[in-house]
Design a protein around this ligand. Structure first.
Ligand SMILES: *[C@@H]1O[C@H](CO)[C@@H](O)[C@H](O)[C@H]1NC(C)=O
Ligand SMILES: *[C@@H]1O[C@H](CO)[C@@H](O)[C@H](O)[C@H]1NC(C)=O
Ligand SMILES: *[C@@H]1O[C@H](CO)[C@@H](O)[C@H](O)[C@H]1NC(C)=O
Ligand SMILES: *[C@@H]1O[C@H](CO)[C@@H](O)[C@H](O)[C@H]1NC(C)=O
Ligand SMILES: *[C@@H]1O[C@H](CO)[C@@H](O)[C@H](O)[C@H]1NC(C)=O
Ligand SMILES: *[C@@H]1O[C@H](CO)[C@@H](O)[C@H](O)[C@H]1NC(C)=O
Ligand SMILES: *[C@@H]1O[C@H](CO)[C@@H](O)[C@H](O)[C@H]1NC(C)=O
Ligand SMILES: *[C@@H]1O[C@H](CO)[C@@H](O)[C@H](O)[C@H]1NC(C)=O
Ligand SMILES: [Zn+2]
Ligand SMILES: [Zn+2]
Length: 291
C-alpha cells in the first residue's frame, strides 16, 4: 500500500502541456514528510527515525513519502525546463500518509505553508498558481466538513494572493472556488474530497444531498458559461469515475460520483478538460457523452 508514493512525483511533474495558448505545469501529491530520516529511517514507521532505523536514500525510499530533498529536486527540475508556465495547477495532498495521532490541524496548515513557500520561491515569476486541497490535507485525514474550520481558513490565507479575495466565501465554506482565467475561460477549482467514500465527516453534513452546495455552484457556473459562450476548466484532487487499478471501484460515493459525471456530460460542450491528482499514477479518462 505504501509503495511508490514518492516515485509518483516524477511522473506527476511530467505534464507540461499547452493550455489556452500558454504552457501549464501540473503538480500533485507531494506528501512531503519532514520527519523522513535518511540516516536512521524505519521503513515500517514512515521512514521516521526509530530504534529500528537504517541508512536510507537521501532522496527518498520506495516504501515512504517524499523528503524535502526530493520535492525541491523535482520543483527545481520543473523550473529549469520551464521557469514561467502560464499556469500552475497544484492538485493537493501535501501532508504525508501518517497516523492521525502524529499530527493535528496546525501541522496541516504548516505543511501547506511550507509547500506554498517552496512553489512561490521556485516560480517567482508565475502568479497564476491554482491550488486545491487533497484528502490528506486535513486533520483527521479524509475528514472534510461542509463548514468553516481552521484548515480552510489557514489554506485560504496562504493562497488568497493567488486565487483572489472573491474566492473567500466558497473556500471557507467548502474549500472550493472559481477564477476567471480570461474573458472566455473560467477555472472551477473544486473540493471533491467532500464526495470521497472515506470522508469521515459525511454523517454530519448539513446538506448531504449537496455538501457545501458545491454541485449547485458547478451547475450555476456551467450554465452561465453555456449562456455566455465561455469555456470551463475543472481541477480537483479526487477524480470521479472508476479507478483503473481496482476492479469496479470508484473513489467517490456512488451517488456523488453519478451526479458529478451527469453534470460533466450535460455540460460537455463547455468543459474543455478536467485535471485531478490522487492516483499517484498517470491515467487518462474519456467521459462518454452518449450511448
Ligand atoms: C533517533 O532515534 C534514536 C533511537 O530512538 C534516538 O536516540 C535519537 O536521539 C533520535 N535522533 C533524532 C535526530 O531524533
Ligand atoms: C495509530 O496510532 C494509534 C496510537 O498509537 C494506534 O492505536 C492505531 O492503531 C494507529 N493506527 C494505524 C492505522 O496505524
Ligand atoms: C499541534 O501539535 C503541536 C505539537 O506538535 C502543538 O504545538 C500545537 O499546539 C498543536 N495544535 C493544536 C491545534 O492542537
Ligand atoms: C513569495 O515570494 C515573494 C518574492 O518573490 C515574497 O515577497 C513573498 O513573501 C513570498 N510569499 C510567500 C507566501 O512565500
Ligand atoms: C524572474 O524575473 C526576473 C526579472 O525579469 C529575472 O531576473 C529572474 O531571473 C526570473 N526568475 C526566474 C526563476 O525565472
Ligand atoms: C458528528 O456529530 C456528532 C453529534 O454531534 C458528534 O458526536 C461526532 O463527533 C461528529 N462527527 C464528526 C466526524 O464530526
Ligand atoms: C454569469 O455571467 C455574467 C456575464 O459574464 C456575469 O456577470 C455573472 O457574474 C455570472 N454569474 C455567475 C454566477 O457566475
Ligand atoms: C459494479 O458496482 C456496481 C455498484 O456497486 C454494481 O451495481 C455492479 O454490479 C458492479 N459490477 C461488477 C461487474 O461487479
Ligand atoms: Zn496522494
Ligand atoms: Zn489523495
Amino acid at each position: 500500500m505504501w509503495r511508490g508514493w514518492w516515485l509518483a512525483i516524477a511522473a506527476l511533474l511530467a505534464p507540461i502541456a499547452t493550455v489556452d495558448g500558454g504552457s501549464a505545469l501540473h503538480i500533485s501529491d507531494f506528501h512531503q514528510d519532514n520527519d523522513y530520516s535518511p540516516m536512521n529511517g524505519d521503513i515500517s514507521f514512515y521512514c521516521h527515525n526509530s530504534t529500528h532505523g537504517t541508512r536510507l536514500g537521501d532522496y527518498g525510499d520506495y516504501m515512504c513519502d517524499a523528503p524535502k530533498s526530493l520535492v525541491m529536486n523535482a520543483l527545481n527540475a520543473a523550473s529549469r525546463i520551464n521557469p514561467t508556465p502560464k499556469y500552475i495547477f497544484w492538485t493537493g495532498d501535501n501532508v504525508p500518509h501518517i497516523n492521525n495521532t502524529l499530527y493535528n490541524s496546525s501541522d496541516v496548515v504548516r505543511n501547506i505553508q511550507q509547500t506554498t513557500a517552496q512553489l512561490n520561491a521556485t516560480f517567482p515569476n508565475v502568479s497564476k498558481i491554482f491550488p486545491v486541497l487533497g484528502n490528506h490535507d486535513y486533520w483527521p485525514s479524509n475528514g472534510f466538513p461542509d463548514q468553516q474550520n481552521p484548515v480552510y481558513k489557514g489554506a485560504f490565507d496562504q493562497w488568497k494572493h493567488w486565487i483572489g479575495d472573491q474566492a473567500e466565501s466558497t473556500f471557507l465554506k467548502g474549500g472550493y472556488y472559481k477564477y476567471s482565467l480570461d474573458s472566455k475561460t473560467t477555472l472551477l477549482a473544486l473540493n471533491t474530497n467532500l464526495y470521497y467514500n472515506e470522508d469521515g465527516y459525511f454523517p454530519n453534513f448539513t446538506n448531504p444531498a449537496d455538501p457545501a452546495d458545491q454541485f449547485a455552484f458547478m451547475e450555476q457556473e456551467l450554465s452561465n458559461a453555456t449562456k455566455n459562450g465561455q469555456f470551463v476548466h475543472i481541477v480537483a484532487h479526487i477524480a470521479p469515475g472508476v479507478f483503473d487499478r481496482t476492479a469496479n471501484f470508484t473513489w467517490l460515493r456512488p451517488d456523488y460520483n453519478k451526479r458529478f459525471i451527469d453534470i460533466a456530460v450535460r455540460y460537455s460542450n463547455v468543459i474543455k478538460w478536467m485535471l485531478f491528482g490522487h492516483h499517484h499514477t498517470d491515467t487518462f479518462h474519456i467521459v462518454k457523452v452518449s450511448n
